[in-house]
Design a protein around this ligand. Structure first.
Ligand code: CA
Length: 447
């Protein structure tokens, strides 16, 4: 773990000279430095790795070309992995390379840098407003977990009132293999899926557009360095295989899901789109916001030994606040601001990402750079912290009343769903994850 007292990239007293980075409440101060993939909008430039800082993006490849990394061989080597249309090459190099690059970029972007040098580095900055952002990694495999006990209990109680939580839940980090090809970056329109759906009173299914489209508020964790097939990852080493986190929207067609999910689990109800935020916030940037895992309730079993270390108990949690807003087409037309649907915390998760990684690889399954692990819907104990409409409106029984007079049970065409997340605590500089946004569009509008 990078110690916040020893890691100068986390020193809360330091500031960046880049406009917007020192603005209170900014998502991308000097202490964050998330990685993403960009190019200048409306150009045919090759997409490449950049680092978000304030209102700008530092082009890592351009930075290396300017010679400002020449006195740090490790950082220069890592920077060369950034001349790529995805983060996979940098991810594959493991945490030491990532940290070396982060340290060097933090020096270049800090306001201790002499003015002449700042002017040189400024040549490698691109305003975010002029950039097009891409999926940060080529996702080979995507696995979605179910790590919120509140979500699992709520959903279970709607469908199995007698036994909301299945007996394996507190022993096994439950997950399923998702679809990697339809993982898209924030801002990509989401086409309402069609499929088979059958209401409880209907004699046979019909095919048509989903009538209960939902979002799921999740954190995504990108895998950094992989593990060889057949070689499990011990929990104590799981963090060395992580790269960083993003926001993730596991769009879900509840009517398709209800009809198809037995006996093998989610399929077409979820594989039509999964949206992620463009900036991957590294484990280094999250270090000040690590916290104990949520205490298990009295009577819960202790995790089995391969899922339990004192370190994971002490700092497996992430003190991240996550928020969902909804803005309908009518609200946009009326100039109404987005409506806050829920606010939750990643501290409410029952399983840590390290436990998910260790469990995933425990049978010898190989994880690879760029693999994406979803946390599952992040829900908390109160209605205002429920991370999907299924829970928030209790399957439509308690519709949301929106400003402007509309109501929502599930998503309508034109609805825009935006996730944001941030971490803050005394003695650290607040950081944010940016935005994970998508607008629902009808099939016929997509042409
Ligand atoms: Ca999910």
């Amino acid at each position: 773990m990078p110690d916040t007292t020893l890691d100068p990239t986390l020193d809360p007293a330091r500031r960046s000279w880049v406009p917007g980075a020192a603005t209170p409440g900014a998502d991308f101060p000097l202490q964050n430095l998330p990685f993403g993939v960009f190019r200048r909008a409306r150009t045919h430039e090759a997409p490449r790795v950049g680092v978000a800082i304030g209102d700008a993006i530092l082009d890592v490849t351009a930075c290396a070309a300017l010679g400002v990394l020449d006195d740090d061989g490790d950082a220069l080597d890592a920077a060369r992995a950034c001349d790529a249309p995805a983060l996979n090459p940098l991810m594959a190099r493991g945490p030491a390379a990532r940290r070396a690059l982060r340290r060097a970029l933090s020096v270049l972007l800090g306001d201790e840098l002499p003015a002449g040098r700042q002017a040189l580095v400024a040549q490698a900055l691109v305003p975010q407003a002029e950039a097009e952002l891409f999926l940060p990694a080529q996702v080979g495999d995507y696995t979605d977990f179910y790590a919120s006990v509140h979500h699992a209990t709520n959903v279970g109680s709607m469908f199995r009132p007698d036994q909301p939580l299945l007996p394996n839940y507190k022993w096994v980090p439950i997950g399923y293999h998702g679809r990697a090809s339809s993982v898209v970056v924030s801002g990509t329109p989401v086409l309402r899926p069609s499929g088979q759906r059958k209401g409880p009173d209907e004699p046979a299914p019909t095919v048509g557009p989903s009538r209960s489209l939902d979002y799921e508020l999740e954190l995504g964790c990108f895998v950094g360095q992989g593990n060889p097939l057949g070689t499990p990852i011990p929990l104590a080493e799981a963090e060395a295989h992580g790269f960083g986190v993003v926001l993730l929207n596991d769009w879900s067609a509840r009517d398709l899901q209800a009809w198809e999910y037995q006996p093998l689990g989610p399929f077409l109800a979820k594989s039509f789109a999964t949206t992620v935020s463009p900036w991957v916030v590294t484990l280094e940037a999250l270090a000040p916001f690590r916290a104990p895992l949520a205490p298990r309730a009295p009577g819960d079993p202790a995790p089995l030994p391969y899922l339990d270390t004192p370190d994971d108990r002490a700092r497996g949690g992430l003190a991240l606040t996550l928020q969902v807003t909804l803005r309908t087409a009518a609200m946009r037309a009326a100039g109404l601001p987005p409506f806050v649907v829920s606010t939750g915390s990643a501290l409410d998760l029952y399983w840590s990402f390290a436990q998910m990684v260790a469990h995933h690889a425990s049978n010898g399954c190989n994880l690879r750079p760029g693999d994406l692990l979803g946390s599952g819907t992040v829900s908390g104990p109160v209605p205002e912290s429920r991370g999907c409409l299924l829970e928030r409106t209790w399957r439509g029984a308690k519709p949301l009343a929106l400003p402007g007079g509309e109501v929502r049970r599930f998503l309508e065409d034109g609805d825009e769903v935006v996730f944001t997340a941030w971490a803050e605590r005394p003695g650290a500089v607040r950081i944010g994850l940016g935005r994970c946004a998508g607008v629902v569009v009808p099939r016929d509008a997509a042409g």
